[in-house]
Design a protein around this ligand. Structure first.
Ligand SMILES: C[S@@+](CC[C@H](N)C(=O)[O-])C[C@H]1O[C@@H](n2cnc3c(N)ncnc32)[C@H](O)[C@@H]1O
Length: 258
């Protein structure tokens, strides 16, 4: 396998909501135990749904909303390449640092961090092969996205873009996010962290409709795992360390591009 240095794009096209919050949170993102736990649970959930290693190892993967690359770096050894996109430059800077010489993942040569809000499936920003560093005209075998959908205002537009990045006939999307199981789902975030939160979780019905509506087949939306997470004792109290532990079910959304 040819190797290349991971690249961060420098284009000033970051326009998504909540970027200020994620840029600010990036440096301490990995020290949050519930983020780490959610990533591990999601990773197991993805692996159990993906093809066997003989097939998966040839996959070119696109991750939308990779953050600091927690999930990206777990999946990278199992796939050919991983293009890791996030709208917050601060998050991408942390991932780039991990992959740089002296970083904790300097040996990983198949992940390419990209700071961008992806709206066009043909955007040249994702048309570089992370492994060779050369221009690439291909489509992805798989798109993944974890804990991002609740930050996206127009989910149909996002899934339309995702669909366009995938190989026709075989390309698959698998995403994970917490379920909107009722008013208590709001407690997933402390009240002080609602900037950029567009919805308090996703529902099976809305996700099935969206995936089918933009051109996915074999659509399946089901509970994948449950995250136990400490929440504020009362909304707005800001005392996450003292509050109760709540259970948040996560939905796994899957589809294949027609
Ligand atoms: C809650 S964080 C999750 C990050 C990472 N997936 C994780 O679990 O650690 C949500 C991330 O999605 C990114 N994001 C939100 N909307 C996005 C979009 N439309 N395109 C790319 N990234 C987006 C944010 O910048 C943020 O880093």
């Amino acid at each position: 396998m040819a190797s290349s240095t991971a690249t961060t794009t420098t284009d000033p096209i970051i326009t998504g909501t909540g970027n200020a919050r994620f840029n600010a949170d990036a440096a301490n993102w990995d020290s949050n135990p519930s983020i780490q736990l959610a990533t591990s649970l999601a990773f197991e959930s993805y692996l159990s749904r993906l093809p066997p290693p003989s097939e998966l190892s040839s996959f070119n993967v696109l991750e939308i909303g990779c953050g600091t690359g927690l999930l990206s770096l777990l999946l990278a050894p199992h796939v050919r390449s991983l293009t890791a996109v996030d709208a917050a430059e601060g998050m991408i800077d942390v991932l780039t640092h991990k992959l740089s010489p002296g970083g904790t993942y300097e040996q990983v040569k198949n992940v390419r961090p990209v700071a961008a809000l992806l709206e066009d499936p043909e955007d040249p920003i994702i048309k570089i092969d992370p492994v060779t560093g050369e221009a690439w005209e291909g489509k992805f075998d798989l798109v993944i996205s974890h804990l991002v959908l609740h930050h996206v205002a127009d989910l149909a537009a996002l899934f339309k873009t995702i669909c366009g990045t995938l190989k026709p006939g075989t390309g698959r999307v698998v995403t994970t996010d917490f379920e909107n199981f009722g008013p208590e789902a709001r407690r997933f975030h402390p009240e002080a962290k609602m900037d950029g939160v567009e919805r308090h979780g996703i529902t099976k019905e809305e996700m099935e409709e969206i995936l089918k509506g933009v051109g996915f087949e074999e659509v399946k939306v089901e509970r994948g795992f449950v995250l136990q997470k400490r929440v504020e004792s009362e909304p707005g109290k800001g005392d996450m360390e003292k509050g109760p532990v709540m259970e948040f079910p996560f939905l796994v959304c899957e589809g294949r591009r027609v």
